[in-house]
Design a protein around this ligand. Sequence first.
Ligand code: DON
Length: 316
Amino acid sequence: MAAGDGLITTADLREYRALRREPVRGTYREFEVLSMPPPSSGGTVLALMLNVLEELDLARNGRDSTATIHLVAEAMRLGFAERARWLGDPDFNPDMPLSRLLSKEHAARLRATIQPDRASASSLAAVAGEAESRQTTHLSVVDAARNAVALTYTLEESYGSGLMAPGTGFLLNNEMGDFNPAPGLTTTNGWIGTAPNLAAPRKRMLSSMTPTILVKDHQPFLVLGSPGGRTIINTVLLTILNVVEHGLDLEAALAAPRFHHQWFPDRILYERGAFSTETLAALRALGHRLEEYPYPQGGRGGDPRGSRDRPAGGAV
Ligand code: DON
């Protein structure tokens, strides 16, 4: 290790112990399943997938049928999403909910999300919030007295300009790109060159930050905001509509797939799963251009690109 410039020392090796652990225990039909516990995900994910599948009559359609392969693939998708969300070394994850992950009730909830005639979309929503995206960030806070703060904080790029004034402890931003870059440079691919936001001495650049508090009967009702450049405004809009117009609870409102139109480029960007095939066709028939996002809107799932929507190298 030393010869290869490795990181592991003799002291590390001296401290290492092989540990004896209790196996994962599950049941599958008339069988008891004993397998490897964390820090392997194997036994837990296997038992979970068997739990999901045991109530589905796989044998009826046969091993090679589309129906069987679909159901098994969906169980795999569900099992691996839970693996990513929860599983790791138990010594570092004391709250790992193993017994819940292995329960028949949990499997039943997961099974209920499987549609017999349609593949689900693997969604990063389940792990949203676990990894912060490397960009603009938002905090919503309410205290016991119902005082509320919505705070969006932007340096523009990750780490702003990459510079810290010595001794200050904070990074300098890189917000000049939020000015319109040049007079008259308004294009169909999303550049804006209109006068109100052209750079000028002592002028502050136009932001899309939307820290928002909805108040009802003098009480904070929703406290929200988002990263994502110009998409910020639409993410906040959709979340409000999901709650107020469509009656979703906050978790469902935040998890729901999003979409975005920003005048130019003249098209609707949508997250996978936002629209059914029929809705896509109907929107196209109305004359909308539609494009599926290659990444989530609103910085969820820790996607480093967030959902900044700007021409390459251009201004937000
Ligand atoms: O203030 C603004 O609108 C931009 N500086 C926000 C940039 C942003 O959200 C970058 N990350 N997605």
